[in-house]
Write a protein that binds this ligand. Structure first.
Ligand SMILES: C[S@@+](CC[C@H](N)C(=O)[O-])C[C@H]1O[C@@H](n2cnc3c(N)ncnc32)[C@H](O)[C@@H]1O
Length: 315
């Protein structure tokens, strides 16, 4: 029997629920619509390679408020989905969305108290699909081994994970210049700009190595998937640059790219002297108004299969 827990205590301090429901969209409904449209594109690309037989079961790992699993259920009326997350509040929200969509009879909700899939029986699922969740798990190799365990032989895994390593390495390079011999000749605003970026991504090699969502590349994912015992892995890396999704300057300053980042607004208001904050805001706002800002999106899509068990020896 799979747990269907939603303990109140676990809802009290939940940075993921705060971020997913508010921080990423700065409380702006237009921003949220744009984010959802982008997320749906990622999800569709992750679901597309799965070969699901009638009545198949799928695990939506790190389901958040259920975006991936609900999309899969709406596309296939014979599919069953196990939603799993460490956030009880998000799991509860996914449950309520499933009820509202009339698909809850085909759903199970599993609260992963310690991020472990131990409550899901071995070889019990036909597919595991996840979007932007494995990236935040510290031991990805171990989690991939757990995905392999819960899949039946021949079952499929499909991942869509953001690659933040380049953002972190750029932040490190910037810090090296600011700490280098030319530091005194650099415009003071560059340091302020860096102070903001360093509140979003680590800026030393040690800090990058310690940061689960920055310390791996798409090639590491590929190697870990193979080491976990999966076969026929296929990887695509999509890199897209475009204007930021925020609809206006105010939302841009108040959103954060992940729950462990500080918004530009908080850096300006709380971490800069007033005249420095005004100078940095003036510089960035001018770029915003000229349409000169762009954001780069790096997504790794990887699918693979748990091999069929070898045939038993004759006799
Ligand atoms: C960026 S959100 C993605 C949510 C959802 N997959 C989507 O596409 O909208 C990351 C999710 O991963 C969950 N998460 C983070 N660490 C986790 C872990 N170790 N085990 C399971 N879920 C985790 C968070 O609670 C959050 O719901």
């Amino acid at each position: 029997m799979i747990q269907t827990l939603s303990p109140h205590d676990a809802m009290l301090d939940d940075p993921w629920a705060d971020w997913l429901l508010d921080g990423r969209n700065a409380g702006d409904p237009v921003f949220e619509q744009r984010i959802q449209a982008r997320v749906d594109e990622y999800i569709d690309h992750a679901l597309q390679p799965l070969e699901l037989q009638p009545g198949a079961s799928l695990l939506d790992f790190g389901c958040g408020d259920g975006a991936l699993g609900l999309r899969a259920l709406q596309a296939r009326d014979d599919l069953r989905v196990v939603f799993a997350d460490t956030s009880a509040e998000l799991l509860d929200r996914a449950n309520r969305r499933a009820e509202a969509a009339g698909v809850d009879a085909r759903c199970r909700f599993v609260w992963l108290a310690d991020g472990d899939l131990g409550v899901i029986p071995a070889a019990s699922l036909d597919a595991v699909c996840t979007r932007s969740a494995l990236a935040y798990v510290p031991d990805k190799h171990r989690m991939l081994t757990q995905f392999h365990r819960v899949l039946r032989p021949g079952g499929m895994l499909s991942l869509a994970e953001p690659i933040f390593r380049d953002d972190a390495l750029m932040c490190c390079a910037e810090r090296a210049v600011l700490d280098g011999p030319q530091a005194a000749e650099l415009p003071p605003l560059l340091r302020l700009l860096h102070d903001w970026r360093a509140r979003q991504f680590p800026d030393t090699a040690e800090a990058v190595a310690d940061c689960p969502h920055c310390n791996f590349s798409e090639r590491d994912l590929f190697a870990w998937v193979m080491q976990a015992g999966f076969a026929q892995p296929h990887l695509e890396l999509h890199i897209d640059a475009g204007p930021p999704l925020a609809p206006d300057w105010d939302s841009f300053t108040r959103h954060t790219p992940h729950p462990f980042a500080t918004s530009l607004r908080d850096v300006l208001d709380w971490e800069c002297a007033p005249e420095q904050g005004a100078a940095l805001e003036g510089l960035l706002r001018e770029q915003w108004e000229q349409g000169a800002m762009s954001s780069v999106d790096r997504m790794a899509y990887l699918h693979a299969r748990r091999p069929q068990e070898p045939a038993p020896p004759p006799g």
